[in-house]
Design a binder for this molecule. Structure first.
Ligand code: ADP
Ligand code: MG
Length: 261
């Protein structure tokens, strides 16, 4: 039987990643990395290039097999599951290179991410065409609400390749939200985007915890990270070096020595 773990304060633990290790031909990308996250928490994850942040995301989203360790979401171990099964359990991620379908509109990209699309079943298209159309219409309305929320309504029907890089990054986060994820893994969501879109991205991210959604953000921009995160984790050499309140972590000697100087 799976039990939902409770932390000492009585808040609900959503996911727990323990002692994760992963090596690539002698390079130890993850070296016993551990991190846990509660419901509705935003954790900012930072560290030098090559410290293992993206590898951590790849392992817990099922794209890479870990050599060792344990990863549990809502009581269910996930390391042996396929990416789509992990996504169904509520972990969804963005990629540094976004992975949107550039020929489709922004809205169509987000609509593809809703689960249980009746049009996917070919038989539905022939046997229940009206139900399928109604379902698609509902998804269109839900997707448009997400675009409103991101301040991007006017771009919903534009094709993805006509959007700026920052607008595409917002769309990739909307895709995660459309998947009804309970844990979003965002890989550098504000890196390289215009200041106005950066604010819009951060404002969108902080709307997630009140809905019970948790977020792990990897980001080099520490100001942005501290602005939205209740907790920061400093990662180096594949390990969790320092984990705590942003003010404490940013003043930690290991962070100052390895990252800020
Ligand atoms: P970060 O995202 O923190 O910059 P990564 O997780 O991308 O770091 O990389 C951690 C280490 O693992 C680096 O030394 C990187 O070169 C190595 N690495 C990551 N992915 C691969 C891979 N697919 N094949 C070989 N080495 C990799
Ligand atoms: Mg990376």
């Amino acid at each position: 039987m799976h039990l939902v773990a409770k932390s000492i304060e009585g808040t609900i633990m959503l996911a727990d990643f323990r002692g994760l290790s992963k090596h690539f031909n002698g390079v130890l990308a993850l070296d016993g990395f551990s991190l846990s996250i509660e419901r509705g928490e935003i954790v900012g994850l930072f560290g030098p290039n090559g410290s293992g942040k993206t590898t951590f995301f790849n392992v817990v989203s099922g794209l890479l097999a870990a050599d060792q360790g344990r990863a549990v979401i809502k009581g269910t171990p996930i390391l042996r599951l396929k990416p789509f099964q992990i996504a169904q359990l509520g972990i969804s991620r963005t990629f540094q290179n976004l992975r949107l379908i550039r020929q489709l509109t922004a809205l169509e990209n987000v609509m593809l991410c809703f689960s249980g699309q009746s049009g996917e079943e070919l038989s539905n298209l022939f046997l229940r065409p009206r139900a399928t159309r109604n379902h698609e219409e509902e998804n269109r309305v839900r997707a448009l609400e997400l675009f409103e929320r991101a301040g991007l309504r006017e771009k919903a029907n534009a094709s993805v390749h006509s959007l700026s890089y920052g607008q595409q990054k917002l769309v990739s986060v909307l895709c995660c939200m459309a998947m009804d994820a309970e844990l979003l893994l965002l890989d550098e969501p504000v890196a390289g985007i215009a200041p106005e879109l950066k604010e819009r991205m951060l404002s969108l991210i902080v709307t997630l915890p009140p809905e019970g959604t948790s977020v792990i953000i990897v980001e080099h921009n520490l100001d942005a990270l501290a602005q939205v995160s209740g907790r920061l984790v400093f990662m180096n050499g594949g390990r969790n070096i320092c984990d705590g309140l942003p003010t404490d972590v940013l003043q930690d000697p290991s962070v100052i020595e390895a990252y800020l100087e």
